[in-house]
Design a protein around this ligand. Structure first.
Ligand SMILES: [Zn+2]
Length: 142
């Protein structure tokens, strides 16, 4: 299946803080094992208590649109035919206070509104640097 923003659009570069999110095929959120704080993006330290005792937990893959903007300007040549498309801030079920950015698909772009319930799905694409495939999270109305 072609990727939402086109097969020519940039892919994330995997590093210690991005590999889990972009390869798991499920919504993975980092939690502090000392204070329970959920955070995204992941880091070496807990944003709340500075602990290094962190772990990833698998979330149910659902959430709520907390904010949304409709992109009309193609910021990359590969996006010329993809505008308009929505980018949403999504609160992740199971991770209180934790939000991720994502595209909401499968509906008219201008119809995405605050409060929409969404469910994650994943575009699996070959990793251009080799290794395990990427699984890019996207969101659709639940
Ligand atoms: Zn903590």
């Amino acid at each position: 299946m072609p990727r939402l923003l086109g097969d020519d659009f940039l892919l994330p570069t995997l590093g210690p803080h991005t590999k889990t999110y972009f390869t798991a095929g499920s919504i993975q959120i980092q939690f502090c094992k000392d204070c329970g704080h959920a955070q995204h993006p992941p880091d070496d330290l807990c944003y709340a208590c500075r602990s290094r005792n962190l772990e990833y937990r698998t979330m149910p893959g659902t959430g709520r649109v907390e904010s949304v903007c409709l992109v009309h300007h193609p910021v990359h040549p590969a996006l010329k035919t993809k505008v308009p498309y929505p980018i949403a801030v999504i609160s992740v079920d199971g991770a209180p206070g934790c939000h991720v950015l994502g595209n909401v698909t499968g509906c008219a772009p201008e119809s995405v509104v605050i409060g929409d319930r969404v469910r994650a799905y994943f575009d699996e694409v070959p990793n251009p640097h080799g290794g395990e495939p990427l699984k890019i999270p996207n969101w659709a109305r639940a």
